[in-house]
Design a protein. Structure first.
Length: 526
């Protein structure tokens, strides 16, 4: 039996300003195409499932180089990336169903091991019971309860969460592939390679977005972009004066198994000796901090709990010798940037598919095109009151009270995408999918390490699609008509979805992509 290690040897990846887009990769080199799945709870999970299904059916999914996800989009991207080899992609993503062939008798059926099973379990009563079980049986502190809920409801059925060992807490870290695990264990012989989840098949490079709350509760505190990937985790860019006592936050990433540790000393080759974390930082952690808005929402319904906000010990890569580790709260990735686009352009990806799986329908009100606020914020626009009427929960209208904090595109290019999406989807005309291919020059943003470069973005917006609806048989149309808020299910009030609600949305989002295959395939020719 191997003795428990007294410290870990961890690889560091400092990100100086001259190397802002240099990050460790785990996944396909492939075509220079990145795919973004926005936040939006089980609605976004379901829409993302259909979109992944379409990309796979078109033979493009294995050619995607990056996936960037936020919140509910991360509930889809994390199990997709780490899906065990024993579960087929066919079952996990479900079959392609042409609108004419959607059958009322099969709408309520989901394949075994299907991602769409997750929304059918997300009931408040069940979650409340499991919160109590985690507290009473396993003595979970409040700040880890949301991680336990995400582990059970999103990951457990796919073999990616185990709370039966070590007093009910996760017993496994995560990494990339066999080569990455071998390198980690070679430096840390006390680590069991079987206790690191691996990417079992070719997958795009995964980026899971969340937000770290700097100096929580103090004036001047801000949300900072925090990324989790199979090879590196942390606040990439350097933020001076943001840590308690005026210290540094960020400056790069480190191997994820060291999350929750404390720096002890530097080692050769950009490595460090760190303390052993109190428990493994696992896949349930990255999926839960990305979706922390739901922890706040459930907190409001469970007033007997102190706080469900995730909390972890963090230390910076930059100035680590002078800034001690501290405990920080984490907020939903969408509380800062809900599309996943900013972290994608930080890597200089030249072709991006941005799936905006919003709860805000595309509409025209008093001459204004209404889109989800996450899009105008990328262009530095303060969202109008109309755009905020169905905003995602737990989000400030302007993150950090600074409309430029997440801006990565020139402000004068926003009207083009709004007009393009409206023209494509206008129900008074053909009423097609709300999709628009836009050529842009990124705007430099030091918060994300974005440099100016040319990029093509295919915006794909979740809203009703007349041309898809017209292809359905009358009985299915009747079900759509009766389905509340379809396809823009409410993020909080419709967290639990029926199998029929899941299938309808996934079938629509799949068809949207496949019906515009020529436009989508164009991005892979660049």
């Amino acid at each position: 039996m191997t003795d428990a290690p007294s410290s870990y040897d961890v690889q560091l990846f400092p990100i100086p300003p001259t190397e802002a887009s240099t990050l460790p990769r785990c996944g396909a080199a492939g075509a220079p195409v990145g795919v973004c799945f926005s936040g939006g709870g089980t609605r976004s999970l379901t829409a993302s499932m259909g979109q992944l299904r379409a990309l796979r059916a078109l033979g493009l999914l294995d050619r995607v180089s990056y996936i960037s996800s936020v919140s509910g989009g991360s509930w889809a991207s994390v199990p997709f990336t780490y899906l065990p080899a024993a579960i087929s992609d066919d079952d996990f993503l479900g079959p392609v169903v042409e609108p004419q062939k959607i059958d009322t008798k099969t709408l309520g059926n989901l394949p075994p091991d299907n991602l769409g099973q997750v929304p059918t379990r997300f009931g408040l009563t069940h979650i409340t019971e499991d919160v109590l079980k985690l507290k009473e049986r396993y003595k979970y502190p409040d700040h880890l309860l949301w991680q336990g809920i995400v582990g059970k409801y999103v990951l457990q059925s796919f073999g990616l969460w185990n709370q039966n060992l070590q007093g009910g807490f996760p017993d496994s870290f995560y990494s990339c592939d066999a080569a990455a695990v071998e390198a980690i264990v070679a430096r840390n012989p006390g680590l069991d390679p079987a206790k690191l989840y691996q990417v079992a098949r070719p997958r795009p490079n995964l980026i899971v977005n969340s937000s770290l709350v700097s100096n929580a509760g103090k004036r001047g505190s801000q949300l900072l972009p925090f990324e989790s990937t199979p090879l590196g985790i942390g606040v990439r860019m350097t933020f001076l004066g943001m840590a308690p006592g005026g210290g540094t936050l960020g400056g790069g990433v480190m191997e994820p198994f060291a999350m929750g540790s404390a720096w002890q000393k530097d080692l050769p080759d950009r490595r460090a000796q760190v303390t052993v974390p109190s428990r493994p930082f696992s896949l349930s952690d990255i999926a839960s901090i990305s979706s922390a808005a739901f922890a706040e929402a459930f907190q409001a319904k469970l007033p007997f709990l102190d706080s469900l906000d995730p909390e972890y010990q963090v230390w910076p890569i930059a100035n680590r010798e002078t800034t001690p580790p501290a405990r920080y709260l984490f907020a939903d990735g969408g509380s800062l940037e809900n599309s996943g686009v900013a972290s994608m352009v930080s890597r200089g990806v030249p072709n991006i598919i941005a799936f905006v799986n919003s709860q805000t329908p595309l509409s025209m009100e008093d001459g204004e095109i209404v889109l989800d606020p996450q899009i105008p914020l990328l262009f530095g626009h303060v969202p109008s009151k109309k755009k905020l009427l169905r905003d995602e929960p737990q989000r400030e209208p302007v993150p950090n009270q600074d409309a430029t904090f997440t801006q990565v595109f020139p402000g004068d290019c926003y009207d083009e995408v709004a007009q393009g999406l409206w023209k494509a989807n206008d129900p008074s005309g053909a009423g097609g999918p709300a999709m628009y291919l836009q050529t842009l020059e990124t705007q430099a943003n030091p918060n994300y390490g974005v440099k100016s470069y040319p990029v093509r973005v295919l915006w794909v917006y979740n809203t009703a699609v007349k041309s898809w609806y017209d292809l359905l048989n009358p009985d299915v149309q009747h079900i759509v008509d009766k389905t509340r808020n379809f396809p823009n299910y409410d993020t909080i009030l419709q967290l639990e979805l029926s199998a029929a609600e899941v299938n309808l949305l996934a079938d629509l989002t799949c068809w949207n992509v496949m019906s515009q295959a020529t436009v989508v395939e164009e991005l892979f020719k660049g």
